[in-house]
Design a protein around this ligand. Structure first.
Ligand code: SF4
Length: 246
């Protein structure tokens, strides 16, 4: 018997706020401000739904803002395939740069602590994040005046305290952080992706709202918190890798 395919994330999640057009206008204005007044500035992309929306807006506005992706060496194949597609569509004014961890540091960590050490203690999990994410992040942000992120306030209590524009400290330097989707809802993000037919990670169709490294990301069930699928074995209050710690 013919079985109806499961609905796509775009169909399930497209639910814009009443004031979505004002939010979109504000986001465009913030991106233009970042590119104009804080050059050089970069977009940090995890290739998640929010970041795909921002990269699309940067290209639509033809801004001189490069995009960087941290390839931790532990990403899903779906994410790596999307990265290839995003690189193929990159423009001269907005190229896509990939930063990887130092191979020797990764090998030393695995030899010393074992392949599954990230599940043993939060200290070891954070050490893995420091090697695979924070050190490459510091190289990606070196010399930049600002960075643009896809953080939204409804993602977590930590993120709810963040602002559209705030002063940050990364890679031993002060840097301005723009989070132009801060007030967007999940429904706003998907309304944008659907309206502009934006490519996205197919894992979103399989109930992965937040996508990170494969060993540390799982699908969520109905009613679970947005970030329940990230580091699910840890205390909910510690669900950050250090990139956006307040
Ligand atoms: S998210 Fe998991 S695999 Fe990725 S860097 Fe952090 S601990 Fe390591």
């Amino acid at each position: 018997m013919f079985q109806k395919p499961p609905p796509k994330a775009t169909e399930v999640n497209d639910n814009p706020s009443e004031n979505f057009s004002e939010k979109l206008a504000q986001t465009r204005q913030l991106l233009e401000q970042a590119a104009r007044d804080f050059s050089p500035c970069v977009q940090a992309s995890s290739l998640g739904a929010e970041d795909m929306a921002i990269t699309t807006l940067i290209q639509q506005l033809d801004l001189s803002v490069h995009v960087f992706v941290l390839d931790t060496g532990a990403l899903h194949t779906e994410t790596l395939s999307l990265l290839e597609r995003v690189q193929a569509r990159a423009t001269k004014r907005s190229s896509v740069l990939v930063y990887k961890p130092e191979l020797t540091a990764v090998i030393d960590f695995i030899r010393r602590e074992g392949q599954d050490s990230i599940y043993k203690t939060q200290t070891l999990r954070k050490e893995c994040c420091a090697i695979r994410k924070l050190e490459p992040l510091s190289r990606a942000l070196a010399g930049q005046k600002a960075w643009i992120t896809g953080l939204r306030s409804e993602q977590s209590t930590n993120r709810a305290q963040m602002q559209l524009i705030e002063e940050d400290f990364q890679a031993g330097q002060a840097i301005t952080k723009f989070s132009p989707l801060m007030h967007w809802t999940w429904g706003d993000v998907w309304h944008f992706l659907r309206t502009y037919s934006v490519d996205y990670n197919p894992l979103h169709d399989e109930f992965y709202p937040s996508i990170g490294c494969a060993p540390c990301t799982r699908a969520i069930s109905m009613g679970e918190d947005f970030r329940a699928g990230r580091w699910w074995w840890e205390d909910a209050s510690a669900k950050e890798c250090g990139l956006h710690q307040k």
